[in-house]
Design a binder for this molecule. Structure first.
Ligand code: F6R
Length: 613
């Protein structure tokens, strides 16, 4: 959601800003814009601002033919919150004189009262955005020093923000401040960058500084400074990212989503590489070692997350219940944070997040921290806000996920949840034999996923056959109830057709009334202890003329008897089977969305990083 990129150096800024915006497109947005200052000679007093509704390519079209030699500036992709997507609401927002430009991610919660105050002082507002109050406040406080004006502005703001500000009269200075929304500073050779995430900066530098909340960065032509809001200088560590953490190209696939589905053998391998000791039947999670003594005293686990990461959490509950003696609760982060929680030092709260930026998940763990719980994380994006706030955690090391629909991170999250549960379970009742069996099964997963991917053409054919339907029911039991929810989510988010994920046993309590010959069911029916009950549910659907596509294992005759179509996946332990079952669900959704001509990597209205609550 919303993306910021800034450049301050000696090269032409506009191509760098546009390229950065393109690399941020995956976060989700509906308008874009940039402001640069001065021409090639660094002429002062002149801002060039270009904005466009729609894609970055529209912005590129608008600026084509303009000679812009400026060597510093700020740019933004906006995902509409306050005010519809339009050129006037796009960022940068400008002050009354058109000298100060601001880009902003996040939400200014007290913007209405600030706006009233500023209007009373004569400021004229042009947009419907909350952001515009920021630029008028900076104008109000500006007395020749931009940094001071920004510091005074921040004192007045409530909410979350990543903000970048330039002033047309101040050569080569960008002031950036962070509270809640992510900001990374990129350190190049005599040039400096800032961005919402590292992927925007990948072509220019792998040396990054992750700003923490209430820090301010000042980029100039030949240096950078980082301070806190008390104006004290800070020395921050420069992280050097490796290729995997930066790599964002489609590698010949038609979409990032398809590439990421096909990357799962490696991302699963990366999730357990160096984290298992086969001979001891145990997992080794270096990220949890520092809090091991506390973990051993924990009685209850609460998993908080959103969307696909929430479905990983739902399955996590079954996995932890299976392998540990902990009481386990799972809650969507947006609800958890408002509950009257009984948290204390015997409770461990686990946040699961691909982006590490999701506002609700972040708010939930801040609340849990306040109440004394131990906070753990499973995060993919290194150094992000959620990773920073947790007491300990485990990274996915799966590389950037660019397609809005989460695929490789979901399966990676499931592997890590299993490793975490095993890590704790082996201090409790899980035996060496049980641990060794799980570890052996985990190590076979990459090869088994490859086997499913080799079957992509057959899954595509099935998907094309089903693409004509407008509604789908997904059902599963126990470990595969979350798989049904995740399968349905994949389909609805990228193909825009209605799909519901249900616990199979719940079907009779309502959804079955929807079933007819035009309402197919995807039944996740592996050969486990729940199979007979699944078969009964499938028969009930057949009796009402419903079509059934089942995901099952080989040689399960009774599934074949009640299915119109089948996708066969390799067998593994029941707790790991969802990792394999979800892969054809991802491909099924992908091929239906492709058949419908959808914008698969950037589905309408969605954002990759949901940085507002
Ligand atoms: C769906 C999807 C979203 C995210 C959710 C949480 O495919 O990607 O539902 O899972 O927005 O995001 P993270 O994991 O970044 O916290």
């Amino acid at each position: 959601m919303c993306g910021i990129i800034c450049y301050c150096g000696k090269r032409q800024a506009v191509p760098i800003l546009i390229n950065g915006l393109k690399r941020l497109e995956y976060r989700g947005y509906d308008s874009a814009g940039f402001a640069v200052v001065g021409d090639a000679e660094g002429e002062k007093g002149k801002s060039i601002v270009v904005k466009a509704k729609g894609r970055v390519s529209q912005l590129e079209k608008k600026k084509s033919g303009m000679e812009i030699g400026a060597t510093f500036g700020i740019a933004h992709t906006r995902w509409a919150t306050h005010g519809k997507p339009s050129e006037v609401n796009a960022h940068p927002q400008l002050d009354c004189k058109g000298k100060i430009s601001v880009v902003h991610n996040g939400i200014i919660e007290n913007y209405q009262e600030l706006k009233r105050e500023l209007e009373a002082k004569g400021h004229v507002f042009k947009s419907d955005t909350d952001t515009e109050v920021v630029v008028h406040l900076v104008e109000e406080y500006f007395q020749g020093n931009l940094e001071n004006a920004v510091l005074r502005t921040v004192e007045r703001l409530s909410g979350t923000f990543g903000i970048a500000v330039v002033h047309a009269d101040i050569d080569h200075e960008i002031v950036i401040v962070k509270r809640g929304s992510p900001i990374i500073i990129g350190i190049g050779e005599n040039e400096y960058f800032a961005a919402s995430d590292s992927s925007a900066l990948a072509p220019y530098t792998n040396r990054m500084i992750y700003l923490s909340d209430d820090e301010i960065a000042i980029l100039t032509a030949d240096d950078y400074h980082i301070k806190n809001l008390k104006n004290e200088d800070l020395v921050k560590k420069i992280e050097v990212l490796d290729d995997m953490e930066l790599h964002v190209d489609k590698k010949g696939f038609e979409h990032y989503m398809l590439k990421e589905i096909f990357e799962q053998p490696e991302s699963i391998q990366n999730a357990f590489r160096g984290r298992i000791i086969e001979g001891e039947g145990v997992s080794k999670l270096g990220g949890l070692e520092p809090v091991l003594d506390r973990i051993k005293k924990i009685k209850k686990l609460v998993i908080v997350s959103c969307g696909t990461s929430y479905y990983a959490g739902l399955l996590g509950r079954y996995i932890f219940e299976h392998l540990t003696q902990l009481d386990v609760e799972v809650e969507v982060a947006s609800e958890f944070r408002y509950r009257r929680l009984k948290l204390n030092e015997e409770v461990m709260v686990l946040a699961i997040s691909q982006s590490g930026e999701t506002a609700d998940t972040l708010a939930a763990i801040k609340e849990a921290k306040r109440k004394g719980a131990l906070i753990l994380g499973i995060v993919n994006a290194v150094g992000t806000a959620i990773a920073q706030i947790t007491d300990a955690g485990v990274y996915n090391h799966a590389g950037p996920e660019i397609g809005v629909a989460s695929t490789k991170i979901y399966t990676s999250q499931l592997v890590i949840l299993t490793l975490m549960a095993l890590f704790i379970g082996r201090y409790q009742s899980v035996s060496f034999m049980e641990g060794a069996e799980i570890i052996r099964a985990i190590t076979r997963l990459p090869e088994q996923v490859r086997e499913i991917l080799d079957n992509a053409e057959q899954i595509k054919e099935i998907a094309l056959k089903y693409a004509k339907y407008k509604n789908y029911l997904y059902i599963g039991r126990l470990f595969n109830f979350p798989t049904a929810m995740e399968g349905a989510l994949k389909l609805k988010e990228i193909s825009y057709v209605h799909a519901e994920g249900y616990a199979a046993g719940e079907m009779k309590h309502g959804p079955i009334s929807l079933i007819d010959k035009n309402f197919p069911t995807v039944a996740i029916a592996p050969d486990d202890l729940t199979l007979d009950k699944m078969i009964s549910n499938m028969m009930e659907i057949k009796a009402r003329d419903g079509k059934i596509l089942s995901v099952t294992n080989d040689n399960v005759r009774k599934v074949a008897d009640v299915s119109d179509d089948m996708i066969i996946v390799p067998r593994t332990l029941p707790i790991l089977q969802p990792i394999l079952n979800v892969v054809p669900m991802q491909l099924f959704a992908y091929y239906i969305a492709r058949e419908k001509g959808r914008d698969i990597d950037k589905p309408r209205n969605l954002a990759k990083s949901v940085t507002v609550e």
